[in-house]
Design a protein around this ligand. Structure first.
Ligand code: SF4
Length: 350
């Protein structure tokens, strides 16, 4: 299905919505105000392909690192602020690229108006994020049996507050910890507005379960043309969120290029440690921009065929690996040398 055309907004030098590519976001989990660790994590995230990073600012003091973060970070930074309009205003003043607030709980109406005015003057967009775990009481009561409707109404309420303040550079999220509720909530809000949508399943879970839940929800929505930016929320290193997010986009054809490792599932015929090799390759080169498919195959039954079709391939056999490049057998190496041999081929790949 064609992607829904939403309003386009700018987060620093990254576009969200309209005809901009779907972007991938994550959030740092370093201590508030810890400049060194936060910058290190932002660097790690940007290396693996993060487009936009969110950082929590729970106090006014914690916003003091924003200018240094901005100076050193290669990707735009979003300030996550709750319940305190002053923090949001400080974040704007210190040059943040985007705010994530809920206008309904950030402060008094005049404070929201002030945030909207100052954000507008500096060209800073605002993300309105509504989660199933923090719905307003009245909406929870009204839509007891229909959380997606409550999420939609909650988002519209926040949007109205910003629009009343003359602000429209808005991104919306309507996340639930339930995959099906998340899907329905985004369908509803997508029908109701043209603002760009930030997709995510909240409290999705661990690397294993969260990856599956997020992939299911986002794949269905993106395939319906819904969604402009994504965050895979995982109880794991944020770097994993980016890797999973990029893989979702690649699987759906929203991204092309980059390194793709394919590997056989292994069986009793397996003759090399396919799992360890494939995992190590993903870790070492999965984030490279080079457009290469690498096949890691356990034996000679299907291995040579698959390895030949890949750009670089290896097939296991009797403690050795047969290496292929562009369909041609190029050499045989000991199992302990396979990883280095493939890395060497990738290095030399033009
Ligand atoms: Fe089994 Fe060989 Fe196929 Fe891998 S390539 S699944 S080891 S038959």
């Amino acid at each position: 299905m064609a992607r829904k055309k939403t309003k386009q907004i700018s987060v620093g030098n990254v576009l969200i919505g309209g005809d901009a590519p779907v972007t991938v976001q994550s959030m740092t989990n370093t201590l508030p105000g810890d400049l060194k660790s936060t910058l290190e994590q932002i660097k790690e995230l940007s290396v693996v392909g993060c487009d936009i990073v969110r950082v929590s600012f729970p106090t006014i003091e914690s916003t003091s690192i924003i200018p240094d973060l901005k100076k050193e970070s290669s990707i735009p930074i979003v300030a996550d602020v709750h319940f305190n309009a002053k923090i949001a205003l400080f974040a704007i003043e210190k040059g943040i690229d985007k705010l994530r607030i809920n206008p309904g709980n950030i402060g008094k109406p005049e404070e929201v108006t002030q945030i909207a005015r100052e954000a507008s003057q500096k060209g800073i967009p605002i993300r309105v994020g509504v989660n199933s775990g923090s719905l307003p009481k009245d909406l929870e009561e009204k839509h007891k049996e229909n959380i997606p409707m409550a999420l939609k109404e909650g988002a519209l309420r926040h949007i109205q507050i910003l629009e009343d303040a003359g602000f429209s550079d808005i991104v919306i999220a309507t996340k639930s910890s339930s995959v099906m509720e998340t899907i329905e909530a985004y369908r509803l809000i997508s029908d109701a507005t043209d603002y760009p949508l930030h997709l995510g399943v909240t409290e999705a879970g661990t690397l294993f379960s969260g990856t599956i839940r997020s992939s299911v929800a986002m794949s269905i929505l993106l395939n319906e043309g819904i969604g402009d930016t994504i965050r895979v929320s995982l109880s794991a290193n944020p770097v994993e969120e980016i890797k999973v997010g990029i893989e979702i986009l690649k699987s759906l054809g929203h991204r092309s290029g980059g390194v793709r490792v394919v590997a056989c599932p292994t069986c009793a015929r397996n003759e090399i440690d396919v799992q360890a090799l494939a995992e190590e390759l993903e870790k070492r080169v999965g984030f490279l921009k080079k457009d290469i498919t690498i096949a890691v195959m356990g034996c000679v039954v299907n291995g040579p065929g698959e390895a030949k079709h890949a750009d670089i391939g290896v097939t296991g056999g009797d403690g050795k690996g047969v290496l292929f490049r562009k369909g041609e057998k190029i050499r045989i190496v000991k199992e302990c040398e396979i990883l280095d041999a493939i890395l060497e081929e990738i290095d030399n790949w033009e």
